[in-house]
Ligand binder design. Structure first.
Ligand code: NAD
Length: 339
């Protein structure tokens, strides 16, 4: 089986490449990534010499490049993680989100039509469902919840999902979609909440928290997410959407305080900053379909997952310090020249 994983130099894609390369030595895993600011080949160091792994630099929205690659590699499965993924950046530059998240997806789908594949899997987000009120803890997102996006990021992801489903209906493309909640774990870019708080708290720097910190997120350990996608590409039904969530709802403030306690740092480091425009209040996933149909179960609770994650950041300071000081961008040139 030959799998192209797009966005495999990013956070979740990188973890997924590790998972697949290690678990399936007889598969060929091709990591296709443009290496934007969020792409970091240092994440792939532990697998880069494995015979079943290969890296290709390229843009999923570059039609000629994608068609040439499909013709050459004849992949069986595509797992599309590549995306502009940071909500704050989508507020300042929405167009790059349309290009990568929407046009990149349709380019990949067209290549799948042209060359034929066994499965196209789209990695999506629970943010396509919008948000839930804070005073209705009984409400959860199911796969039937209507799309109701808040940010340019989630709008671009919802558009991509609609194209994926339409290719299944119109052309019979064998697709699946997963929509997950907030991921955390190793190799997370330090602009995101959990690694930002860990790295700044370790340096005794102020910890920015939006608004009053009451927004609720449903945290999913990235290893549990990778297991879910592995199951869906092998056993999920074509044309179906699967929600992936860890049943681990926490307010942002609870997350920050948990990290401070684990690191033995004072809460006085917390600094409340003005809220993000359109900031979603609560996300909460109902993963029942994935659990009952495919037997998925998360291994981590938030408590065990955050402990593992903090330990990983303590053990891998070089990785995140290279990002903070910009050195990670030299890694590709040093490793691969201008290939
Ligand atoms: P990330 O920003 O860490 O990684 C994205 C990767 O895509 C980077 O390596 C980047 O270089 C690459 N990329 C960007 N534009 C590209 C292009 N045009 N062509 C090829 N590669 C390109 O993102 P992430 O947090 O790992 O998220 C991965 C996927 O999961 C995204 O589709 C995102 O929408 C989705 N998702 C993430 C979360 C989360 O909590 N991180 C939650 C729900 C859904």
């Amino acid at each position: 089986m030959k799998i192209i994983v797009t966005g495999g130099a990013g956070f979740i894609g990188g973890n997924f490449v590790h998972h697949m390369v290690n678990k399936y030595p007889d598969y060929e895993i091709i990591n296709l990534d443009l290496l934007t600011y969020a792409g970091n080949l240092e994440t792939l160091k532990p697998v880069e010499d494995k015979p079943n792994y290969k890296f290709v630099k390229g843009d999923i929205a570059d039609r000629k490049f994608i068609f040439d690659l499909f013709e050459k590699e004849k992949p069986d499965v595509i797992v599309n993680f590549a995306a502009e993924s940071h909500v704050d950046r989508s507020i300042t530059d929405p167009e790059s989100f349309v290009r990568t998240n929407v046009m990149g997806t349709t380019t990949l789908l067209d290549a799948c039509r042209e060359f034929g594949i066994k499965r196209y899997h789209q990695v999506s987000t629970d943010e396509v469902y919008g948000d839930l009120p804070l005073d209705r803890p009984d409400l959860f997102f199911t796969e039937e919840t209507p799309l109701h996006t808040s940010s340019p990021y989630s709008s671009s992801k919802a558009s991509a999902d609609l194209f994926v489903l339409s290719y299944h209906r119109t052309f019979g493309t064998p697709v699946t979609i997963s929509r997950c909640s907030n991921n955390y774990g190793p190799y997370h870019f330090p602009e995101k909440l959990i690694p930002l708080i860990i790295s700044r708290a370790l340096a005794d720097e102020e910890l920015p928290v939006y608004g009053t910190g009451e927004n609720v997120r449903d945290w999913l350990h990235v290893a549990d997410h990778c297991e879910a996608i592995d199951l869906i590409i092998h056993e999920g039904r074509e044309g179906e959407i699967y929600n992936v969530g860890g049943h681990n709802e926490r307010t942002n403030l609870e997350v920050v305080k948990t990290i401070l306690k684990a690191l033995n740092k004072p809460e006085s480091l917390i600094k409340y900053v003005s809220d993000r425009p359109g900031h979603d209040r609560r996300y909460a996933i109902d993963p029942k379909k994935l659990e009952t149909e495919l037997g998925w179960k998360p291994k981590y609770t938030f408590d065990t997952g955050i402990e593992q994650t903090i330990q990983w950041y303590l053990d891998n300071e070089d990785w995140w310090k290279h990002i903070i000081n910009g050195e990670y961008q030299n890694y590709f040139e040093n490793m691969y020249g201008d290939r």
